[in-house]
Design a protein around this ligand. Structure first.
Ligand SMILES: Cc1ncc(COP(=O)(O)O)c(C=O)c1O
Length: 394
């Protein structure tokens, strides 16, 4: 089937809310994907930060296939062994305080769950979030999102937001009060442009939340499971939240996410407060268990840190040598951004990169974001990077 035919078929039926790239992908292996015409691309987006262990990792494919042939779904009325293993694994990799886990199907649902928890735990309904933040697209997540373009179309359905500039400790402290149920924040903003807060900022939020009885929620849907060179981004500064969301890399391509909370928060909910048909299905949690084993066996957290350093150094060197093209580099581990000067040019890069056989993203208007698989071969990463830098330099 040609791309043309695919585009015509899609145009008839698919809800027109997505800007497609002119490529239909049919296969993925590791950091490479193949289109319907047999052309191969290096994927520097890892299926949007999801396929952190690479596309179709054999261990994940095997675990999913094996579990699919055994038991895919029950309801949460029953115990299942993959879910039990996954819950234990997530509490092991999280700070000891976060001892309770609940599985859901997507990052936005993890955020919903954490927000609901905060309301139950505090009896309050004010949420503080940060400008530029992304937390998902369900109504609860849109209520705290810091990006007007996602929020505005649904403004009439949402409470007035309390958003403070990301990284501004004084503004956050002024906004967090005794009415605040929770502060929700990404320890490193992903969609917002790979923004890292100043040192000590997260600790100040922690302190203010404790003083006022508000919960601190870290949204690690994008940063969790090794992406920033630590298993969790919160480890960089050792700040422990009351609730934590995970998604994306957790399932390696299988749609699964989770939220965790402390014992104290868990004590405030009662049976029936939350649920869902598919939550933590044996199939989804078998995927989580397989992914976590691969991350451990292949030492991918360490690799993310080491390779991320090299990538960051190359991006910094480019920005220093080409100040007219790039303002600088920022990021941690294998979540990196090159901040481009020419926004108009930046917007065209993902399509132009396709012609070079590269999948890349530009977010927040001018930040070329790298979030490849944590086990991407070094040659694939750096050869495509040089091609991209040549594109920017044109
Ligand atoms: C930090 C963060 N939170 C939540 C979400 C929403 O996750 P999902 O698209 O799986 O609903 C995303 C997705 O990009 C994200 O980056």
């Amino acid at each position: 089937m040609t791309l043309d035919e695919i585009q015509r078929r899609e145009a008839r039926h698919f809800l027109p809310v997505v800007n497609r790239m002119p490529v239909a992908l049919v296969e993925g292996r590791g950091s490479r994907v193949t289109d319907v015409g047999g052309r191969e691309y290096v994927d520097l987006t890892a299926g949007w930060g999801v396929c952190s262990i690479g596309h179709c990792h054999p261990a994940l494919v095997e675990a999913i296939s094996e579990q699919a042939g055994r038991l895919m779904q029950t309801t949460n009325l029953f115990y299942t062994l993959p879910q039990l293993d996954a819950a234990e694994a997530l509490t092991r990799l999280s700070p000891a305080e976060l001892s309770r886990v609940f599985f859901v199907n997507s990052g936005t649902e993890a955020v919903e769950g954490a927000l609901k928890l905060a309301h139950r735990a505090t009896g309050r309904s004010k949420f503080v979030s940060t400008t530029g933040s992304f937390h998902g697209r369900t109504l609860g997540a849109l209520a705290v999102i810091g990006q007007a373009k996602h929020r505005d179309p649904y403004r009439d359905l949402l409470p007035e937001p309390v958003t403070v500039p990301f990284g501004d400790g004084d503004a956050a402290i002024a906004a967090i009060d005794e009415q605040t149920a929770a502060v929700i924040i990404e320890p490193v903003q992903g969609e917002g442009g790979v923004n890292i807060p100043p040192a000590g900022y997260l600790a100040r939020l922690r302190k203010r939340c404790t003083e006022t009885g508000a919960l601190l929620i870290f949204d690690e849907v994008q940063t969790g499971i090794g992406r920033t060179g630590r298993m969790l981004a919160l480890e960089h500064e050792g700040v422990v939240p009351d609730a934590l969301t995970l998604g994306k890399g957790l399932g390696g391509g299988f749609p699964v996410a989770a939220f965790l909370c402390s014992e104290g928060v868990a004590e405030t909910v009662t049976r029936g407060d939350h649920g869902g048909t598919y939550i933590g299905s044996p199939l989804a949690t078998a995927a989580v268990n397989a992914v976590l084993k691969v991350v451990d066996n292949e030492k991918l957290v360490q690799r993310s840190a080491e390779l991320g350093e090299k990538l960051g150094a190359r991006l910094r060197a480019y920005a220093e040598a080409n100040p007219d093209k790039a303002e600088g580099e920022r990021g941690q581990g294998l979540l990196r951004g090159l901040v481009l000067r020419n926004t108009e040019n930046a917007g065209t890069i993902p399509r132009r990169a396709l012609e070079q056989g590269i999948l890349i993203n530009v977010t927040a208007g001018n930040v070329m974001r790298f979030f490849p698989a944590l086990n991407i071969p070094e040659d694939d990463l750096f050869e495509s990077l040089e091609n991209l830098l040549a594109l920017i330099s044109q």
